[in-house]
Design a binder for this molecule. Sequence first.
Ligand code: NAP
Length: 267
Amino acid sequence: METMKEYAARRKKELSALASPCLRKPTLSIFQVGHDAGSDAYIKGKIKDAAEIGFLAIHRWFDETTSEGELLAAVEKDAIDEGIDGIIVQLPLPKTIDESRISKSIPLEKDVDGFIFDSPYWPCTPKGIVDYLAAAGFDFRGKNATVLGRSNIVGKPMARILLSKDMNVTVLHSKTSEDDKRFYLAHADLVVSAIGRLGYLDGRFDFKKSAYLIDVGINRGEDGKLHGDILPGRDVAYQSPVPGGVGLLTRLALMENVYEAYSRRNK
Ligand code: NAP
């Protein structure tokens, strides 16, 4: 089975081959207001990925004093710009700006983050995971999936997409009892953990030997390094690493969505 790193590298090369004959580069516009350490790093990664593949990523940065109206006007300009295929607004935004009002100004066909209800694109983290599992030949149909976390960007869309792949899906959250977590995790063929708790899934929880464990969590440990939600080294069919795992798939999925947006607009 290809590692997530190998898979992401292969798909990037394939996207690059698809992009090279394009009349213009598939183009992503990234809006950011102010600075946030996480956002700065994510945007740098997106610009690097786009450049490596042969896409264009335009970083539209605004200072902290930017008003909602000014940001809205700038997004609306890109919304009607024929040269822009995808638009993303990097979160968090300052509290003075209504996030939902800005995201509603992105036309569905340019919503490559897939955050808007009815977007034609899957949100990037769930998309990256499902595409990877499908490429690895994972058999979704009729199998049990247990998703930990119910956020709007990971847990909920993950559950919805796995359901669309004919899995039996259970979503666990902070109000789920530990006994129930043990039960549902022990029965899962696929576990997706997106809770943001370092090593929360430890020896208290048993998994099937045939289970696939997908770790979305990114947690900074006392050692200063990044760790997942699941303690490494479980005796299962597959356990994804952190770092070098789902983060790479998320980045890749954004580029896949940008290419899809370009293709839809240039049929
Ligand atoms: P979030 O919005 O904070 O949501 C966390 C979810 O986990 C909530 O639904 C919460 O339940 C649940 N939860 C918290 N503690 C729990 C526990 N002990 N048992 C069961 N459920 C628990 O987080 P998020 O944005 O979804 O991100 C989750 C993690 O994934 C973070 O570490 C984040 O950094 C990482 N992440 C990684 C990527 C990537 O590309 N690798 C992408 C996105 C996010 P309630 O709803 O009951 O509060």
